[in-house]
Structures are given as structure tokens and as C-alpha cells.
Write a protein that binds this ligand. Structure first.
Ligand SMILES: *Cc1c(COP(=O)(O)O)cnc(C)c1O
Length: 483
């Protein structure tokens, strides 16, 4: 029997053995997640040394490679699989999707064109239809699975640009709130718009876009000979989970004939819950919607989604004919499916649909709903408990599952207060069981809690609250002693 390390065609027995070896490490990893640090710092240079070798020739042992991965490389940094990962917007990565990934990579079907893998394109199209129905988009709407929210926002802007502006589009103006995700600016920049043409509209006390100021800005730009063409709304901002007035924005869109793109990368799948549907009402009026299954559907990284009310608008912005694919491309006609290669910048692409379809098929939407409801409950609970701590102000109560707070003891200048909160957060993070991240709200240092990983349950939130209580009391005592 040849060694696995010297052939690209391992035997069935070897393949089973390889999966078993990897599985043993994965199990050890997942079974010990609660004992692992939610954040593990790594001194610069240390890891590079472990990897410093020329391209291996010949190959070596799988078990040694797995040991390097699991013992040294994977544990460092933000542990997004950890239940204590309350900093960035990450869902944790459910195993069912990893299993789907093994299947899709092993069978390696090509889903750029319907004719390439009709079964898999139909499956992925079904997933897109489920999402359209979830958001409330009308029959005939569609979309495409992409690598993440950033690519979905970019693809949406390109479609909006093509649909609402002519070829000389540089006078086009795009509107979003000062709470927009930075990928919106990045998308506009990549799509060719000068940065000054992305308007950052101020928000109200709840971090929602000010419709009055937005309307004024659109009028002013029109009067100046510019071409307003697109509004990007937040349906769950990254900073605080704020949801803009989506119905109000749809009204403005109608009045000014703009494109309304809703960035629901974080908030979108809360549509599975009753509270989410209330918070996100009006989302069904969007021209396009960004969803990130790798956030609020708990899937592993690499899964974003763009939905569009009119798939033709997306296709007009991306379709280019070529002789070598015209045969396979034309097979989509009459199927009701679109060729995914005509809906984004990608041609060859991973079969992403299976990573969504298989988990939904085997655990069901009701399971996802239950987990999302739990996250909403936990965020409310955290806010409620934080308010009981003296001198803590919950500056952004949770609309969904993100909240933001800071310590505001009386008589402290802004900079001193920022420094105090920075120390509080650092102390909480030193507990290792949870990891929180800061942001600036109205220019002030603020601590965020994002309750999204599927493994995050009440015990982790209690540990987080205990760490905050202790950090606040110790830092305030130190502050009192020095004052
Ligand atoms: C995360 C996020 C994005 C970017 O998505 P990626 O999947 O990280 O590319 C865009 N918008 C919002 C609101 C987000 O939370």
C-alpha cells in the first residue's frame, strides 16, 4: 500500500484513516472549547518560526501536520468557535456545515452554470428561494451565495450602479448612516466612486439614520447636479445592532427613484424570530439585501449572500458572453434557475449551497429559530444586569443581540473616562473566558457585547457579567484611591 504522503489517490482505507485522524483532533478541540481561552495572544514572529520551511518535498506525516495545526496554530487569536467569543460578529461554525464542506469539496461539482451540475445548482437555487421567502421578497426575486457580506455589498453596489446610473457614473452619490459597515465605503471605492461621494448621514440617539437629514442631503446633491442613486440601510449595525427605519427609507427610495440596499449581514437571519421580524419590518421593500449565513445562521466563514428583487438587474451588471461556455450557459434556459457565473464577479466557485441546505435539512429552521431567540434573550438579560451595576450606562440597549455600555462615574473628564473603560475591558478580557471588543460611539470609547455564537448560553453571559462587575469595582476603587 502506498503511503498517503506520496500519492494524490489515497485508498479507501487511507481516506477513512485520514478522516478519523482529523476527526480525533476536531473532537478534542470542540470538547475542550469551554476550557480554552476566548482570546489567546501570540507574540509576533513566534508562529512564523514554526512554519518556516521551503515547500515540502517529499511530503510527510498527516498526524504531525495536524499536531502543528491543533497544538500551535489554531488556538491563537480570537477563538470564534468559543462560547465566550462576544467581540466580533461571528456565529461559531456549526459542524453540520463542516460535514457539507467535506462532501462538496470531495465531489467537487461545478456550479457556475446550471448545465455543469444541475442537481447542485437546483439545490443552491432552492436555498436562495428560502432566503427570499424569509426576507419577504416577492416571487421572481433571486440572488447568489458569495464569500461574505463584503462581497455581497460590493456586488449589490455594482448592480445598483448599472441599474440607476449611465456609463458616466462618477456623479453618482451613495447614502448610508455614520454607522455603516466599512465594507460599504470599500465597495463604493472598488466600484469606482470617489470617497467623497459616499455620504455619511448622522444618526439619532438610537444610532438609526436621520431620515430628515438624509432627505435634505439628497435634495442638495440633486440641486448641485449630482446623481443620487443608492441608499444603504443598516439592518443590524456592527457597532450596536441598530436597525434603520427600513419602511421610511423605502419611501425615500420611491420618491427619488433610488436603489435601496439593506445590509443585513448581521441582523438578517433574526427574521426567523418574531422579535427579529418586528425589528426588521420594511426589509421586504428592499431592492437588494445582504445576508451573512456565517454570522446569524452560525455557519463557518465563507458564506455570504446577496438577494435581489430583480435578478435581471444583477445579471445585466455581470453577464458577459464567451464562446467556450455558451453551450453550458444556454442549458439554464427554461429551468427557472440562473447561472451563478452571471450574477457576480466569480466564475469558478465553491458549491456553497450545500453548507446551508444540509444543516437546514437535518436540524430544521425551528432549531435555528430557538438558538436565535436564545441570543435575543441573553442580550436583554445582559443589558438588564449591567444596568444594576453602579456607574454603568448601557448606551446602546440591544435591538437584536448586540449591546454597548460604558462606565460613566460622575466628575470624570472624557479622556479619563475613555481610559477607565479601556482598562475595564482589558481586565474583562484577561479573564480569558470571554472576549469583548470596543468601538467609538460619538467619539467615545465604548465596550460592545455581541451575543451570537451558537455555543453561547446563559453560563457564559453570567461569567461575562461577573468579570465586568469585578473589573468595574476594581478599576473604580483604583480610581478612587488615586483621586
Ligand atoms: C460583518 C459585516 C459586513 C461584512 O461582512 P463579511 O462577511 O465580514 O465580509 C458587512 N456589514 C455588516 C453590517 C456586518 O456586520
Amino acid at each position: 500500500m502506498p503511503q498517503t504522503s506520496s500519492t494524490l489517490e489515497p485508498s479507501s482505507a487511507q481516506m477513512l484513516e485520514m478522516v478519523a485522524s482529523a476527526m480525533r483532533q476536531i473532537l478534542r478541540y470542540t470538547e475542550t472549547l469551554t476550557e480554552q481561552a476566548a482570546y489567546e495572544p501570540s507574540p509576533p514572529g513566534e508562529l512564523a518560526k514554526l512554519l518556516d520551511e521551503p515547500m515540502p518535498e517529499p511530503g510527510g506525516s498527516l498526524d504531525e501536520a495536524l499536531a502543528l495545526l491543533f497544538d500551535h496554530l489554531i488556538p491563537k487569536g480570537v477563538n470564534t468557535a468559543s462560547p465566550g467569543s462576544l467581540s466580533y460578529v461571528t456565529g461559531g461554525g456549526i459542524f453540520h456545515a463542516a460535514l457539507a464542506g467535506l462532501i462538496s469539496a470531495s465531489t467537487n461539482r461545478y456550479v457556475g452554470y446550471w448545465g455543469g451540475a444541475p442537481g447542485m445548482v437546483e439545490l443552491e437555487s432552492r436555498v436562495i428561494q428560502w432566503f427570499c421567502e424569509l426576507i419577504g421578497l416577492p416571487p421572481g426575486s433571486g440572488g447568489v451565495l458569495l464569500t461574505g457580506g463584503s462581497m455581497a455589498n460590493l456586488t449589490a453596489l455594482v448592480a445598483a450602479r448599472r441599474d440607476r446610473l449611465d456609463e458616466q457614473f462618477l456623479s453618482g452619490v451613495l447614502y448610508a448612516s455614520d454607522q455603516m459597515h466599512h465594507s460599504v465605503k470599500k465597495s463604493a471605492f472598488i466600484a469606482g466612486f470617489p470617497p467623497r461621494q459616499v455620504r455619511s448621514i448622522p444618526t439619532d440617539a438610537s444610532f438609526k439614520i436621520r431620515l430628515d437629514l438624509l432627505a435634505e442631503c439628497i435634495e442638495r446633491d440633486r440641486a448641485d447636479g449630482l446623481h443620487p442613486f443608492c441608499i444603504v440601510a443598516n439592518a443590524g449595525s456592527t457597532n450596536t445592532g441598530a436597525v434603520d427605519d427600513l419602511g421610511g427609507l423605502a419611501g425615500l427610495r420611491d420618491r427619488h427613484k433610488l436603489w435601496l440596499h439593506v445590509d443585513a449581514a448581521y441582523g438578517g437571519f433574526f427574521m426567523l424570530t418574531e422579535r427579529g421580524r418586528t425589528a426588521l419590518r420594511g426589509i421586504e421593500r428592499a431592492d437588494s439585501v445582504t445576508l451573512d449565513p456565517h454570522k446569524s445562521l452560525f455557519l463557518p466563514f465563507g458564506l455570504g449572500c446577496l438577494l435581489v428583487r430583480e435578478p435581471d438587474a444583477l445579471i445585466r451588471a455581470h453577464e458577459v458572453h464567451s464562446d467556450y461556455v455558451s453551450g453550458v450557459a444556454s442549458q439554464a434556459e427554461g429551468t427557472g434557475c440562473h447561472n451563478f457565473a452571471d450574477m457576480s464577479a466569480e466564475m469558478s466557485r465553491e458549491l456553497r449551497g450545500l453548507k446551508v441546505w444540509l444543516p437546514l435539512k437535518i436540524v430544521g429552521a425551528s432549531t435555528f429559530r430557538r438558538y436565535l431567540d436564545e441570543k435575543l434573550d441573553l442580550a436583554e438579560y445582559a443589558a438588564h444586569e449591567l444596568r444594576k451595576i453602579a456607574d454603568i450606562d448601557v448606551v446602546a440597549p440591544p435591538e437584536l443581540s448586540i449591546l454597548a455600555f460604558r462606565a460613566q462615574p460622575p466628575g470624570l473628564a472624557d479622556e479619563a473616562q475613555d481610559a477607565l473603560n479601556e482598562r475595564i475591558m482589558a481586565r474583562v478580557n484577561r479573564s480569558r473566558s470571554v472576549h469583548l471588543s470596543p468601538t467609538l460611539l460619538h467619539g467615545r470609547f465604548t465596550i460592545r457585547i455581541c451575543v451570537l455564537p451558537f455555543r453561547t448560553h446563559r453560563a457564559v453571559i453570567d461569567a461575562c457579567l461577573a468579570a465586568v462587575r469585578e473589573a468595574v469595582s476594581e478599576e473604580l476603587a483604583a480610581f478612587g484611591a488615586s483621586a
